[in-house]
Design a protein around this ligand. Structure first.
Ligand code: IVH
Length: 658
């Protein structure tokens, strides 16, 4: 292929990947692979001369339909990359050639792997939040952005006529994992990575869905602004952010090139400990005067560079694709792979989520696959390397029958389901594990090993059997590895659990989507188990905290009775919900912020719950009260804007009646 043809091919390919990444939120290749294609194109273009319409000259992809469009005051640009000290040194040399200084102070901060956003404040009021789009024109997503409680709706320090603030929207890793868990439970399509989740959420047209997902943001640069804004350096810009309670990231270092290079390495070292994904560091010239002198080259500034980190992904081989059965009967495919060490963890099993994902990846046994893991995100297969297939690959056999109990499986959308309930050992095991766990019935002395024995020996066929274990006392005490004492302790713990509180039992029942908080709300509302059991869909929808999906799950759970409720009820005595004598906060939604001299925030939450209140983490127009202490930040501001009633520490005891 001639160089010209290769350039054309690469341009087309990169444009397609740009579109998949920016507009479809559905990348086919990893960032590292994209960077490799991009670098190749750049170097060929450097030899042959660039064309104006090359993707190396344009940013991102055209905005999609559905949201109003807005032209940025200043385009949202990209950054050129360096990958090592040598390239960074060249970057500094290029700068020194252009400006007449002998030392440059850089600012170094993480490069957040999220979605670029531009917030516009006009006369101090947040008027617009716009995605990057094609760099010139983006999509207006203000309503969705306003669900992020830490973004102030107004600012009051050094307020200019207009200012665009640039930043990154992302999910914390733990939030990303719980969003995916709940989508999975709901039978939906999970997000491939936190970045896609942020993109999909930010551009979701239903802001009710967005409200339920805790998007996060860091601001890191100025866009366009009016002349009345006097900020002279990146350092000053950070002060501007801080004084205005605008969210910024604290992992920032200022210094010369050597300090900058060390700071990059420090960020790389801390990467795995962070609760968000980063894919490098950004090194910026601190002085805005110098920045202006340096200006831009095509689509990137000369005064900043992205120092990209090696991707935390590795190739491995698929040994097999197997199917596991969860407690709700969903049968999930997973790949067993040649073990690979990625960011400190040895990975040998990777979930494939559902049948759609099998199809999307077009994965076969013996395939070479790219495995990615970052922080505590569960490992993912991001790509099958089809180019190295050699004919030894065999298609995945999707089972017709449950791998645990042999029952015929049903396809429900992208999911396979075994509906044998507690007759299926895998479901019984999963269910039993949940039922006895600390936040459910809290039975000490049970764990993976003994649970397997109890189920395999047939002592536990339904959860009610847990309370009849005494009849197997002699056999249990003879089990290898379980001393007499530990079995006695187990019996004591089981006896202690015979009088569960209503909320504990509801949580233990394991109704899909009904966790601790919903269980508490249900207990408070229905007070007695029979009332909950006979509640209609409409009754359940009376509760603020319950939506249609959860209401349906509850109705179906009691109708289908997968666990043998009557047998369980015969073994236990449920303690009705007692509104702790004092239920004056019944159903009241309370947010806590700042620090208090007499209480920890957890203590306050417990007190609120004990009096029927609902502690919640983010402020919205549904919030009834904000309890605030020292250093209350953006939640306090937001509460004022929304007219939420405020309680300071001097009034807390009166308010809580303690
Ligand atoms: S400064 C003129 N700082 O990375 C561009 N960008 O690949 C100034 N990004 O477009 C950008 N973290 O969306 C900057 N700490 C950070 C960043 C950051 C992530 C994004 C940003 C940019 C892209 C370039």
């Amino acid at each position: 292929m001639s160089v010209k043809d290769e350039i054309k091919k690469l341009q087309k390919e990169i444009e397609r990947h740009n579109f998949l990444y920016h507009s479809e939120d559905n990348p086919e290749i990893s960032d590292a692979e994209f960077d490799a294609l991009y670098q190749r194109l750049k170097s060929l273009e450097a030899e042959q001369g660039e064309s104006e319409d090359s993707p190396t000259k344009t940013v991102g992809s055209k905005p999609s339909k559905g949201f109003e469009k807005h032209q940025h005051l200043k385009p949202m640009l990209s950054l050129s990359n360096v990958f090592n000290d040598e390239e960074f040194k060249k970057f500094e040399e290029r700068i020194l050639k252009r400006v007449n200084v002998n030392k440059i102070i850089f600012a170094v901060e993480p490069k957040f792997d999220g979605i670029g956003i531009s917030l516009t404040y006009e006369d101090g009021i947040l008027t617009k939040a716009v995605t990057r789009g094609d760099g010139e024109v983006g999509e207006v997503v203000t309503e969705n952005i306003k669900t992020i409680a830490k973004i102030p709706h107004s600012i009051s320090f050094n307020v200019p006529k207009i200012v665009e603030l640039r930043g990154e929207i992302f999910f914390n890793l733990d939030d990303f994992n719980s969003i995916n868990r709940s989508i999975e439970k709901d039978g939906g399509k999970v997000f491939i990575n936190p970045r896609n989740a942020a993109a999909g959420t930010l551009r979701n047209l239903d802001s009710e869905v967005v409200k339920k997902r805790p998007l996060n943001i860091f601001l890191y640069a100025l866009g366009g602004f009016s002349d009345d804004l006097k900020i002279e350096s990146h350092k000053d810009f950070l002060i501007f952010l801080k004084k205005n309670n605008l969210p910024n990231n604290d992992l920032i270092t200022f210094g010369d090139a050597i300090t900058a290079s060390n700071a990059v390495k420090k960020i790389l070292d801390s990467r795995e400990a962070l609760n968000y994904e980063i894919d490098g560091a950004v090194v910026k010239v601190n002085d805005f005067n110098l920045q202006e002198k340096l200006g831009f080259v095509s689509k990137a500034p000369r005064w900043a560079v992205a120092w990209k980190f090696p991707a935390s992904e590795k190739f491995s081989k698929v040994n097999d694709v197997l199917f596991s059965v969860g407690r709700t009967g969903i049968v999930t495919p997973y790949a067993t792979i040649e073990p690979v060490l990625i960011s400190g963890a040895n990975i040998s099993n990777v979930t494939l989520h559902n049948l759609d994902e099998l199809k999307r990846l077009d994965i076969k046994v013996n395939d070479t696959v790219l495995v990615k893991r970052a922080g505590d995100v569960i490992p993912q297969i991001t790509k099958v390397n089809q180019d190295v297939r050699n004919g030894s690959e065999t298609p995945v056999k999707v089972p017709e029958f449950c791998p645990s109990c042999g029952n015929k499986l049903k396809e429900e959308g992208p999911f396979l389901r075994c509906d044998a309930g507690m007759n299926c050992p895998a479901q019984l095991f999963g269910y039993f594990e949940h039922f006895v766990s600390r936040k459910a019935m809290n039975i000490d002395g049970l764990g993976y090993k003994i649970n397997i024995h109890l189920i395999n020996l047939g002592y536990v066929k339904k959860v009610a059997d847990l309370f009849k274990l005494k009849q197997h006392e002699a056999e249990l005490k003879n089990l290898e590895g379980f001393g007499e004492k530990s079995i006695d302790n187990l019996f004591a713990s089981i006896d202690n659990a015979r009088k569960p509180k209503l909320e504990t039992l509801i949580n233990a029942l394991g109704i899909p989507e009904v966790g601790e908080t919903t269980a508490s709300s249900l207990a408070r509302h229905f007070k007695e188990f029979p009332k909950l059991r006979s509640a209609s869909f409409e009754d359940l929808m009376q509760l603020d905290s319950i939506g249609e999906v959860v209401a349906k799950n509850i109705i179906e759970f009691f109708k289908n009775d997968p666990i043998g409720i009557d047998e369980l009820l015969a073994q236990i005595e449920i303690e009705n919900y007692i509104a702790s004598g004092d239920s004056h906060l019944d159903g009241i939604k309370i947010v806590i912020t700042g620090s208090f001299s007499e209480f920890s925030r957890d203590e306050l939450k417990d007190i609120i719950k004990s009096k029927g209140g609902i502690p919640s983490s983010s402020i919205s127009s549904n919030t009834d009260y904000l309890l605030y202490g020292e250093k209350a930040g953006s939640k306090y501001k937001k509460a004022i804007e929304l007219g939420v009633e405020l309680i300071d520490e001097t009034k807390i005891k009166d308010f809580l009646k303690i």
